[in-house]
Design a protein around this ligand. Sequence first.
Ligand code: NAG
Ligand code: NAG
Length: 320
Amino acid sequence: MQSLRLLLMTQWLLLFLPICTASYILKDDYGNDERFFDKFDFFTEADPTRGYVSYVNRSTAKLTSLISASNGSVYLGVDNKNPAWGPGRRSVRLTSHQSYNHGLIILDLAHMPGTVCGTWPAFWMIGTVPPTAGEIDIIEGINEGPLNQVTLHTNQDGCIVKNSGFSGSLGRQNCYIYSTGPAGAGGCGIVDPYPESYGGIFNAVGGGVYATEWTSDVIRVWRFPRSKIPGNMQSGSPDPSTWGTPVASFSGSCNIDAQFNNLHLVFDITFCGDWAGGAWASSRLCAPKAPTCFEYVRNNPRAFEESYWRVNSLKVYQRT
Ligand SMILES: *[C@@H]1O[C@H](CO)[C@@H](O)[C@H](O)[C@H]1NC(C)=O
Ligand SMILES: *[C@@H]1O[C@H](CO)[C@@H](O)[C@H](O)[C@H]1NC(C)=O
């Protein structure tokens, strides 16, 4: 009897142990007041993607209202009042002090940069010396492009992802950054098929949540409209196993732990540059607005009134 009870108890423990150890606990809450900015560096060097942008420091950003915190959210924007000068239109690029290995990153946005010609906004993760530690682009788009694209870039060859386990549509399967020639051009990307994933339409439906899970086996991204945020996420006990099919999932012939490490969180809004500038001439909506992306961005400050992030919350969870 005793031993049977012990046996039953052991089985019970074995049954529940994996569930307990698998849960996520809150590691970093970036908050939604002025202290949010204490947790980031303000990058002020020339844009590595050759954008027509001038990234300003925290004091200049505050003085010129490019950053603020109010009403339970944090604002990160661009100069939408003055013609641009010098290296380009004023904007901010924030890099988290904290770097991560694995985790669950949950970003609740009231607003993301709108769908605006000349812009190239992104919320992403990168190592200290890019791109040697890999790169995870969670939210990214350019010009009038209406859809979000989730992309991985690896600095070493040998990361080929499979085309299953997600609802988006996969472009290239090779994540190696040099796979198509110049650095940055290569990468494996998954496009979210729904316009509410990005820009103006995302904002029109009241924003929503992007959740990114990064483990040794897989990197996955879910997007939730505000009305469909999972209960376990709202209650602070997020459980991705209950969230259904993600928009993007990268797994397959890829040693994730060898390719991605010590990544920082980054928010930025740049203009033109390699991608948005490179695509200007072939954009049916943008090209007629000005001969070059640079001229459009320089002369039309009011065009960028929708170019801002409004963050309700940013939380990083890790396994217990
Ligand atoms: C911020 O940038 C402004 C303008 O370039 C400069 O005058 C100021 O010294 C900088 N502040 C800090 C704290 O670096
Ligand atoms: C804060 O919220 C109030 C009420 O919704 C609104 O009137 C006000 O404009 C908001 N302030 C900012 C800076 O967004």
